[in-house]
Ligand binder design. Structure first.
Ligand code: 2AM
Ligand code: CA
Length: 268
C-alpha cells in the first residue's frame, strides 16, 4: 500500500465526517425518530441510519472494492475476504445525541489488512476534527497534537463508566477503579467512547477504561491514541484484536503502567 493511497483515504474520511456532521445538523432541525434496539438504554435514531448510508454510498462511490463495518450493519456484503475495510460509527454517543443533542461524534477508520491506516473522530457541535494517519501523527483541526506530558497519579483525570457495571461490581474491578479514582484528580463519564479516546490522544483526559467496546467504537480512537504517543490495550495489557469486541485501557504512557497495575487481576 502506497503512502499516497493512505493520504487519499484520509482526505475522503475527513470529507465524509464533515459532510456527515452537516447532515446530522440538518436532520436535528426536525423531530428525532428514536427507536429501542435491545433495551431502553440501547437507542438508535433515523439519523444514525441516514449517516451510515451516506458514508457507505460515498466510500463505495470512490472505492467499489472496499468493505464497510458499521454499527447499523447497512453494508451487508461479506467483508471477511476484503483487504480494505472502513470501520464506522455514524453516531457514537447516541444516548447523548438523543438527550442532549451534543457530546456525540462521527467515527471513521480505514483498516488495510487488519491494520488501521487512517482514523477520524469528528465532533460536529464543537467543529473539532481529530485525525490520525499511521506513521504520520495525530492532529486536531490540522494542528499536531502535543506530546503526552510527564505526570503523576495525583494529576490523573480519568474517564470510565465501568463502576456501575454489574459484572465489574461482582468481580471487584469496579472497586479497583473506584480506588484509582480516589488516588486521581477526578473521574469523568462522557458516554461517548470514540471522543473519550480522542481526548486521551489530545491530553484532555489521561486515561480511559471500558469493559467492552465494539470495533466501530474504538476503530479510529485507537489509531489517534497511538499516533499521539499514547498507549492503548485491552484491560489485561494485551493487544486489541482487529474487528472484535474488546475491553479497552487507553492512557498517557507515563501513567498507563501504574493504572494497569492498580486495575489488578479482577478484570472480569
Ligand atoms: P454508541 O453510542 O455508538 O452506542 C457509552 O458509554 C459508550 O459505549 C458509547 O460510545 C456507546 O456507543 C458505547 N456502547 C454502548 N453500549 C455498548 C455495548 N453494548 N457494547 C459496546 N459499546 C457500547
Ligand atoms: Ca453508534
Amino acid at each position: 500500500m502506497q503512502n499516497t493511497e493512505k493520504k487519499q483515504w484520509g482526505v475522503l474520511a475527513r470529507d465524509c465526517a464533515i459532510e456527515a456532521g452537516k447532515l446530522i445538523k440538518r436532520m436535528l432541525e426536525e423531530p428525532l425518530e428514536v427507536m429501542y434496539k435491545s433495551s431502553a438504554s440501547d437507542l438508535v435514531t433515523s439519523v444514525d441510519r441516514a449517516v451510515e448510508k451516506f458514508v457507505i454510498n460515498t466510500v463505495l462511490g470512490a472505492y467499489p472494492d472496499h468493505g464497510i463495518l458499521g454499527e447499523e450493519g447497512l453494508f451487508t456484503d461479506d467483508i471477511s475476504g476484503m483487504d480494505t475495510i472502513w470501520v464506522i460509527d455514524p453516531i457514537d454517543g447516541t444516548t447523548n445525541f438523543v438527550h442532549q443533542k451534543l457530546n456525540y461524534c462521527v467515527s471513521i477508520a480505514v483498516y488495510h489488512k487488519g491494520e488501521a491506516q487512517v482514523g477520524v473522530v469528528y465532533d460536529p457541535t464543537r467543529e473539532e476534527l481529530f485525525y490520525a494517519e499511521k506513521g504520520n501523527g495525530a492532529f486536531l483541526n490540522d494542528e499536531p497534537l502535543p506530546k503526552p506530558r510527564q505526570m503523576v497519579m495525583e494529576e490523573l483525570l480519568l474517564a470510565s463508566s465501568v463502576i456501575w457495571n454489574r459484572r465489574a461490581m461482582k468481580s471487584g474491578l469496579a472497586a479497583n477503579i473506584q480506588d484509582l479514582a480516589l488516588r486521581s484528580r477526578g473521574m469523568r463519564v462522557l458516554g461517548v467512547a470514540a471522543l473519550e479516546l480522542a481526548y486521551v490522544a489530545a491530553g484532555r483526559l489521561d486515561a480511559y477504561i471500558s469493559l467492552s467496546l465494539n470495533a466501530w467504537d474504538y476503530g479510529a480512537g485507537k489509531l489517534l491514541v497511538e499516533e499521539a504517543g499514547g498507549t492503548i490495550t485491552r484491560l489485561d495489557g494485551k493487544e486489541i484484536p482487529f474487528g472484535e469486541k474488546s475491553s479497552i485501557l487507553a492512557g498517557n504512557p507515563h501513567i498507563y503502567p501504574k493504572v494497569l497495575e492498580l486495575l489488578g487481576t479482577k478484570r472480569v
